[in-house]
Write a protein that binds this ligand. Sequence first.
Ligand SMILES: Nc1ncnc2c1ncn2[C@@H]1O[C@H](COP(=O)(O)OP(=O)(O)OP(=O)(O)O)[C@@H](O)[C@H]1O
Length: 276
Amino acid sequence: MIQSIHPSTITAAIESKQLSLDNGHFRLDQIDISLPKGQLTAIVGPNGSGKSTLLRLLTKLLKPDQGQVHIGDREITSYSLRELSTTITMLPQMKEMLPQLTVHELVAYGRSPYRRSWHTAHNTTDTAIVDQVLQWTGIEQYRDRMFHTLSGGEQQRTRIAMALAQQTDILLLDEPTTFLDIAHQFEVMDMLKRINAQSGLTIVMVLHDLQQAVAYCDYMIALKQGKVATSGIPQQILTTEFIQDIYHMKARILFEGGYPLILPVIPHHQSGGHLI
Ligand SMILES: Nc1ncnc2c1ncn2[C@@H]1O[C@H](COP(=O)(O)OP(=O)(O)OP(=O)(O)O)[C@@H](O)[C@H]1O
């Protein structure tokens, strides 16, 4: 069953106030958002609307021209790099390269913020956590395989395991299902939902698939041309007007067993092949 929350009941894990950045080509403009603690949030919007830029600002990878980000009751600028890396993790898009390591070595890499140096040996806590996340993500059987020999779905589960090994309260994922076939997309979304339910981890995902966003997420933020167009309960946001306004596309929306189906209205697909 899809869980929902009302925006007024939000306890924020991360908040941004008047967050703005102009990189000369693009402006992210006065972003005020609250990402609910312990919930699954989707950030959606067309290509180039600023979703990845927003994630980078929320993790201090980019410095805003103006505005602030708060994690809990502290401004992000007050966090040291080590503090931040034990509080929030961001998993970039799958196209980002990873070193040629085994699955186990990569997942153990997620423990880096807790080690004094790269050469420090893993302690028993590190080993237990790595074993646990390998199990959570269902990739124990690949632990000694080289990462680059895995399928896309196995690779994505390994990347998520590495992020989980970092044991932060907040996990940001940039397009976790892109490049995956339909079965692996659902496998990854089911896994994130299960981990969220079991651990209370705050998960924020940039998603292009609105159907997945609505079916799996408790909260949704839509960006349009660098601004927040709307935010709230996904099932309430997803309307034909929303699709028209954000994506400039005509579509019908059906709910089938609680799962939304977005049916594009394509003129030449109408019966008889006539344009309307
Ligand atoms: N380093 C950069 N220098 C200049 N422009 C940039 C830079 N990074 C991003 N942009 C521009 O900022 C805009 C927003 O990019 P961003 O990657 O945040 O969008 P997005 O919504 O994540 O897009 P997509 O869905 O295609 O991944 C785009 O027009 C992009 O070209």
